[in-house]
Design a protein around this ligand. Structure first.
Ligand code: DC
Length: 225
């Protein structure tokens, strides 16, 4: 099986780019952030403090989180219910960022992620895929862009979904999440030593897709000799 790991901060365009590249390669696209978001959403709807491992840990065995694919589109199922839309709300983003710092949550999701990668050719995106989840992935990419560019892109995305927010709110949120994600004690966001850096600040979507696709093809070709 071929494993491709794409890591990077939120708003770098990872999911859009990874989805498009996976389709081109005919690989399964796995958005691991959606798993953390689903757990964050589970805590939110139960009124559970998502920073507190003492209350989050007992919740984990009582919930079920699955990824299913309908016509190639990933859906997130929490306790049998499709929560793919709810997990995109800004409050779910914050809950996911908070809850993903808890070791019990990371451990809980590790097997789920590895099982999927062992059964399929995958292009998996997240924060610690190349460093922790799939350390032996054949291709590793660290995808990033400046915080200001990422905030601008995220604002447009939210507006398209009818979610109201301001540029400053989105930027502050982005900087806070970057800090949380890269400073947590366990599996922090960082570039794997053997990852290729792709910065999309100056690239449009098509150019970013092409850059990532080329990077993968070159690496896979060099592996095949
Ligand atoms: O990629 P995203 O914005 O949907 O991720 C939501 C949150 O989950 C983000 O704050 C970081 C966390 N996350 C993580 O810690 N590890 C991953 N592999 C994926 C996401």
């Amino acid at each position: 099986m071929i494993q491709i790991a794409i890591d990077g901060p939120s708003g770098a365009g990872k999911s859009t780019i990874a989805k498009a590249v996976a389709k081109r390669l005919n690989y399964l696209y796995v958005d691991t952030g959606a798993l953390y978001r689903a757990i964050g959403w589970a805590a939110l709807t139960r009124g559970i403090d998502y920073h507190n491992a003492d209350v989050v840990a007992p919740m984990l065995p009582k919930i079920s989180v699955d990824l299913v694919y309908e016509n190639g589109v990933q859906k997130v199922i929490l306790d049998g219910e499709d929560v793919s839309e709810q997990i995109r709300l800004p409050e779910s983003s914050m809950a996911a960022s908070g809850i993903s710092a808890l070791p019990c949550v990371r451990q809980y999701l590790l097997d789920t992620q590895r099982e999927i990668a062992n059964k399929n050719n995958v292009l998996m995106d997240g924060r610690d895929i190349g460093t922790v989840v799939l350390p032996n992935a054949q291709v590793k990419i660290f995808l990033t862009a400046s915080a200001e560019i990422r905030a601008k892109r995220r604002l447009i995305e939210l507006q398209e979904k009818g979610i109201s927010s301001t540029y400053q709110e989105v930027l502050d949120d982005m900087i806070k999440r970057d800090y949380n994600d890269s400073h947590r004690a366990i599996a922090p966001l960082k570039q794997a030593e053997d990852a290729v850096l792709v910065d999309t600040s100056e690239l449009d979507l098509e150019q970013s897709i092409e850059a990532v696709y080329r990077c993968i093809i070159n690496k896979v070709n060099s592996l095949e000799g």
